[in-house]
Design a protein around this ligand. Structure first.
Ligand SMILES: Cc1cc2nc3c(=O)[nH]c(=O)nc-3n(C[C@H](O)[C@H](O)[C@H](O)COP(=O)(O)OP(=O)(O)OC[C@H]3O[C@@H](n4cnc5c(N)ncnc54)[C@H](O)[C@@H]3O)c2cc1C
Ligand code: SF4
Length: 478
């Protein structure tokens, strides 16, 4: 096992992400050694992984390199080059921490031009007989229960949320935290609230706790946002899954077992399973299918720089401030904050997709390119022109107002489209529609947005565009 400084620096990684990866590695190494495995653990290397590996292979005159296929194409390609230059045999084994192999996904995708989650998800449900009735119909008679999910919190707020299980850093984690603070003092984020599970035992406890105490309300409030409510009813298990401390198979089995035993709302259970069996497997498949193009795509040809406050939360926009603040505090924001707050704004503000993707890859503890890139470039930014989404996810301040309390305390006004107090989300949303009305008018999923735009008098549309120009030219100051 190799710790490489390069891995923490190729994007400007959050301190919690570096600490989480290192601590999980060191715990795993200690566990292997205690079980009697022979393990070389190469600590705190300054060179890239592949260079350290290359020297190690040469030193020991190895002829074979066997490993699980890496979660980033960059590393996979580097290993292939390494094996060629050293003339050794490379065996990349399929990753068993997924239901669907990259080959199976490729076969499912075939020569489809547009890939849709819904069809893949149904295929996976049938194939693995998950939430299926004996008669071949989906459990509960429906494939999804979105109409019962995705509510905002009550106007009074979320009430008492039974938060996720947290873990006090042990000696190994504390050592890592001290190392990260010393080695990467300028990197974004904080470590004083580090409480992630770093071992399989703790990850299983976190999962059990979620299934027992939090799953029931997951569905209802999965899209809801509220100030200082970083986790809502979400599972917070993505980092444990991505670090392979737990597998998607056991997450789904535990969810189904608990549901069979206790009953409860099928909408929450199905909504949760769809994220794991559907989205998680789907985006991974698309990533391996579409790389390296996915990393270069820029459908709208957006070129602006990421505002500096993405790294500091120093903005007057309450929605962005809250989502970014919690990101810096924990390395976590939930899906709707990532998609409809920071992602939506980056799209409306015409930011270069590659800058946005580097930010997401740096700041989230669960960020590995196979899952980060398709979500950011594909889903949030529509940078691939709709390869797997039927429309860009754009929304104005009205959506934020409906789904959160952010607008109540904001210096901007969510329903004002231009002028001094205009909400930047709202202004840039209408500006985006004005600029893309021809294309959006032809798409059945966005036609209605353009119909709404047409109700705004042309003179007002001009004022919206003028105000947008002002905002876009000085994004750092909003
Ligand atoms: C712009 C953007 C960037 C993202 N980057 C990442 C990333 O780097 N790493 C990452 O794991 N997820 C990413 N996601 C997906 C999702 O936001 C996170 O998986 C989720 O917020 C993690 O929190 P949770 O464990 O509480 O998830 P929950 O809401 O409790 O969902 C349960 C699990 O389902 C899976 N899941 C849910 N949605 C997705 C999705 N869209 N794609 C893949 N898996 C999903 C995750 O494993 C998650 O743990 C991103 C989403 C967006 C919109
Ligand atoms: S008014 Fe606009 S900027 Fe302020 S919180 Fe609402 S959506 Fe965000």
């Amino acid at each position: 096992m190799i710790e490489s400084v390069d891995e923490a620096q190729y994007v400007w990684s959050h301190k919690a992400k570096i600490a989480l990866f290192l601590s999980a590695m060191r715990h795993f190494a200690a566990d292997l050694i205690s079980q009697g495995y022979r393990l070389s653990y190469l600590k705190e290397n300054q060179l890239p992984i592949v260079e350290v590996l290359s020297a190690y292979i040469s030193e020991h005159s190895f002829t074979h390199l066997i490993c699980v296929e890496p979660g980033e194409v960059r590393l996979r390609d580097a290993l292939i080059s390494l094996s060629q230059s050293l003339k050794i045999h490379l065996e990349l084994r399929p990753d068993t921490h997924f239901y669907c192999t990259t080959q199976e996904f490729k076969e499912w995708a075939g020569d489809k031009k547009e890939l849709r989650l819904e069809y893949f998800y149904r295929y996976m449900r049938k194939k693995h007989q998950i939430l299926m009735q004996a008669d071949g119909e989906p459990e509960g008679g429906q494939w999804n229960f979105d109409d019962q999910n995705r509510k905002p919190y009550s106007k009074k707020g979320p009430g008492l949320i039974n938060g996720p299980l947290t873990f006090v850093p042990d000696d190994i984690t504390q050592d890592v935290i001290n190392y990260v603070l010393k080695k990467y003092p300028d990197h974004p984020g904080r470590l004083d609230k580090f409480a992630w599970p770093v071992t399989r035992t703790d990850a299983l406890k976190a999962l059990d706790y979620f299934v027992e105490h939090r799953l029931e309300l997951f569905g209802s409030y999965q899209d809801a946002m509220w100030t200082n409510t970083p986790f809502g009813w979400h599972s917070t298990i993505s980092c444990a899954l991505n670090l392979k401390l737990i597998s998607p198979q056991e997450v789904i089995q535990k969810t189904l077992d608990a549901w069979k035993l206790r009953g409860g709302s099928i909408s929450s259970v199905e909504g949760f399973i769809r994220q794991i069996l559907g989205w998680r497997e789907f985006v991974r498949g698309v990533y391996y299918l579409d790389m390296p193009k996915m990393a270069q795509d820029n459908y709208f040809d957006h070129q602006r720089k990421l505002p500096a406050w993405y790294w500091s939360a120093n903005t007057k926009m309450e929605c962005m401030k809250d989502a970014i603040n919690q990101t810096l505090e924990y390395g976590y924001a939930h899906h709707i904050q990532r998609l409809m707050i920071t992602g939506n704004f980056a799209l409306l503000a015409e930011i270069l997709p590659q800058e946005v993707c580097a930010w997401y890859l740096a700041v989230y503890v669960d960020a590995i390119e196979w899952v980060e890139l398709p979500n950011t470039a594909g889903m949030a930014l529509f940078a691939n022109g709709g390869r797997f989404t039927s429309k860009p996810y754009v929304a104005s301040g009205a959506y934020v107002k409906r789904m959160s309390n952010y607008c109540q305390n904001c210096s901007y006004q969510s329903d004002v489209r231009y002028g001094e107090n205009a909400c930047p989300m709202t202004n840039l949303y209408w500006n985006f529609l004005i600029n893309h009305q021809d294309e959006f008018g032809k798409n059945p999923r966005t036609k209605l947005m353009v119909a709404n735009l047409k109700r705004i008098p042309v003179e007002e549309q001009k004022l919206i565009s003028m105000h947008a120009k002002k905002i876009l030219n000085d994004l750092d100051s909003i």
